[in-house]
Design a protein around this ligand. Structure first.
Ligand code: AMP
Ligand code: ZN
Length: 483
């Protein structure tokens, strides 16, 4: 354990709807499973909020001294257009619509997702667990629980949710907090029963299908996560994360399978954590609308992806967060100010770091620890980083050390991010950076020669190209492109 992380880590457990102290199954270790993307399309920035949250959790656990094993899965088969096992397979549907193979689609969107992960400085997990690599093991998992807990219908093998204790406890399905949006399938014993194996309908061939004791078909989405979390993290592991929509159907179904498989009441993970939604003015973001916000759209508008990361960190992960371009621009300005402060500090420290011994810095670190230990309160932690940058009288080498500790949790790349990278430069800007810089040099020259007519002409030309000059800007920014 890290001596400097004295506050016990408390996390909100969706299962008990309470804050709980983190007590790992294996002392000193933290095993985390995060429900990953369904790769039939690009991820929208709301989806990426789920991974920024999981990354914040992983980084906090590491900062607090736990050895982390983090698994994120890739759902490249089995997720239907409805969470509750009705509708078409999302992958097969995308394949039919695009004329490409389901395998090609999965590869293309997995790569696009990994690119976004990288751009947001989300740490690589110990393993990306790819569903189609595990189908034989999923069949074995299903076989082991089939006799006691499942029954066969024409469309597949179904899990009988009445065979496990407290089904739906996570969703609070029987209370006002729960939702009942389970689609009916003829022959199901209980409304909440779900397919763990989906048979290929007679006379059809699916692009992704496997032989099984229940006929050709594909695993159910819920089965994937139960099997892969069990394989890589064990029957009882520490934390399972996902977006809040998973609290209603996907995770209760995983829990039911885990209980069946382990022949216990244990849900599989001790703590189930859920991030709230990113919303926009129209409501929850969704991919069905065709035109949706993905990270590339933000980048094309000229925003650095880490401004989006900061936007997410500014809110508590359990609060809804509204996306707007203004909010993003404000986060970018905040990031610029931080980066400028870091540049000054780096100059002062001159490459040196030293153990944190100054009482005021130790106190600041303690406050930071308290904030993050209180259910990952990054919104409370960020101002402490900013405070650190203002403490100019305290030793720069020690401040540098604390800064890098804090940023190991926030992941804002403060050790390398440059002011210049944060310039807003839309992809369709009519003028590029080097041309602007050259014009500014000419303008400077003209001014020094007291040739104000030329200086003004250059300014007007830049304005005509959408470049705003910002002489005397407190952020020491000399220009920006209008967006
Ligand atoms: P999917 O690719 O649809 O399986 O979603 C990937 C992850 O994003 C899941 O953990 C979802 O719960 C989560 N998610 C979906 N929409 C949003 C949103 N608007 N805001 C935050 N998380 C979301
Ligand atoms: Zn999952």
């Amino acid at each position: 354990m890290n001596d400097n992380a004295a506050h016990p880590l408390k996390l909100f457990n969706s299962l008990t709807r309470q804050m709980e102290e983190f007590a790992p199954v294996h002392p000193g270790e933290a095993r985390v499973y995060t429900c990953g993307p369904t790769v039939y399309n690009y991820q929208h920035i709301g989806n990426m909020r789920a991974y920024i949250f999981a990354d914040l959790l992983g980084r906090t656990l590491r900062w607090k001294g736990y050895r982390l094993t983090h698994i994120i899965n890739i759902t490249d088969v089995g997720h239907l257009t409805s969470d509750a096992d009705a509708g078409d397979d999302k992958m097969e549907k995308a394949a039919a619509q695009s004329g490409k193979s389901a395998w090609d689609i999965a590869k293309y969107y997995t790569d696009a997702y990994w690119q976004d992960i990288d751009r947001l400085n989300i740490r690589q997990p110990a393993k990306w667990a790819i569903a189609t690599d595990h189908v034989e093991e999923m069949i074995a998992f299903a076989k082991s629980i089939a006799d006691k807990h499942c029954y066969e219908l024409e469309s597949g093998l179904y899990f009988d949710t009445s065979t496990v204790p407290h089904y739906g406890q996570l969703a609070r399905a029987n209370t006002d907090e729960g939702e009942s949006r389970i689609d009916p399938v003829a022959g199901k014993r209980n409304q909440t029963d779900f397919a763990i194996w989906r048979k290929t309908p007679a006379g059809e061939t699916r692009q992704m299908e496997w032989d099984s004791p229940w006929g050709k078909g594909a695993p159910g989405w819920h089965l994937e996560c139960s099997q892969m979390s069990n394989k890589y993290l064990g029957e009882q592991f520490d934390i399972h994360t996902g977006g809040i929509d998973h609290r209603e159907i996907h995770h209760p179904n995983e829990i039911a399978q885990n209980q069946a498989h382990s022949c216990t009441e244990h849900s599989g993970a001790n703590i189930w954590m859920h991030n709230n939604f990113l919303i926009d003015r129209a409501g929850k973001m969704s991919k069905s609308s065709g035109d949706f916000l993905r990270l590339q759209v933000l980048i094309d508008r000229g925003f650095h992806p880490l401004a989006y990361r900061l936007l997410c960190l500014q809110a508590h992960y359990r609060s809804e967060l509204e996306f707007s371009w203004d909010n993003l621009a404000a986060a970018l300005t905040r990031l610029k100010r931080i980066v400028i402060g870091v540049e000054r500090l780096r100059e002062k420290a001159d490459g040196q770091t030293a153990p944190i011994e100054h009482p005021a810095l130790m106190q600041l670190r303690d406050k930071f620890d308290a904030a993050l230990s209180e259910d990952l309160n990054s919104s409370k932690g960020l101002p402490l980083l900013e405070e650190l940058l203002t403490l100019k009288k305290l030793p720069a080498d020690q401040r540098m050390n604390l800064l890098s500790e804090m940023d190991s949790v926030f992941g804002l790349e403060l050790d390398s991010l440059k002011r210049d990278q944060l310039r807003v430069q839309p992809a369709d800007a009519k003028i590029d950076k080097s041309t602007i810089e050259a014009k500014l040099d000419q303008r400077q020259q003209a001014k020094s020669e007291k040739d104000f007519a030329t200086a003004d002409a250059i300014r007007d030309e830049l304005i005509a190209h959408g470049v705003e000059l910002m002489d005397g800007d407190p952020l020491r920014w000399d220009w920006k492109i209008e967006i």
